[in-house]
Design a protein around this ligand. Structure first.
Ligand SMILES: *[C@@H]1O[C@H](CO)[C@@H](O)[C@H](O)[C@H]1NC(C)=O
Length: 199
């Protein structure tokens, strides 16, 4: 290599390196918003103050990916147990895959757009399509236990899926039909997920 080539090579390498670094430190503009982070805020035992925005975003994705099969299993458990409750024997059913995937169906087509930390509560909001019809369908897929009607300002229904409380309402402070999942966590923490259904 001639000295000029060496210099050009070095220059090129530096340019590449600086680009790689700026990619790492640059905050992506399209990340869902996060509010209320304090010095003690954590997600699954991980202090949020030690995470980059991208890492926090990925952690919140992971937290959803963990919840989905938990909800699927709770909904499936109830469905399978209900098969034998009357006759005491197992009745054969054809494949009922959709009912086994109540959690997955809820998150399908949902876009997370905001997470708010407030004390021991984390509230995450998602947007979906389909208005109250889809909200009710997503609710019914869970076949929640202890169902009760809601007769406040907005009408709807509430019930439980394992230790999660699932509530559907035909309106909200946000204006849209909303399905809410309230999940108690260890240390008295609660995760609330609100799915807003666009018409
Ligand atoms: C919710 O449902 C009730 C009862 O059907 C109805 O009177 C009310 O207008 C609905 N609210 C909204 C925001 O759609």
């Amino acid at each position: 290599m001639t000295p000029t080539m060496k210099l050009l090579f070095l220059f090129g390498a530096c340019l590449l390196a600086s680009q790689a670094t700026s990619d790492l430190v640059e905050k992506r503009e399209d990340l869902p918003s996060v509010d209320g982070v304090g010095p003690d805020t954590e997600v699954d035992g991980i202090p949020v103050k030690l995470l980059s925005p991208e890492e926090l975003d990925e952690l919140l994705n992971e937290d959803d990916r963990v919840l989905i099969p938990q909800l699927d299993i709770e909904a499936s458990k109830k469905l399978v147990l209900s098969r034998s409750s009357k006759t005491g024997e197992v009745r054969r059913k054809r494949w009922i895959g959709l009912a086994f995937r109540a959690g997955r169906a809820l998150f399908t087509g949902a876009r997370r757009f905001r997470t708010t930390f407030s004390g021991a509560r984390r509230t995450t909001q998602y947007v979906k399509k389909g208005g109250m019809n889809n909200a009710r369908r997503d609710f019914n897929r869970f076949n929640p236990s202890n169902r009760k009607p809601i007769n406040g300002r907005y009408k709807g229904e509430t019930g439980t899926v394992g230790n999660h409380r699932v509530t559907v309402r035909n309106g909200s402070s946000d204006g849209r039909s909303t399905l809410e999942i309230r999940s108690p966590k260890e240390n008295g923490r609660t995760n609330v997920r609100k799915f807003r259904y666009d018409n």
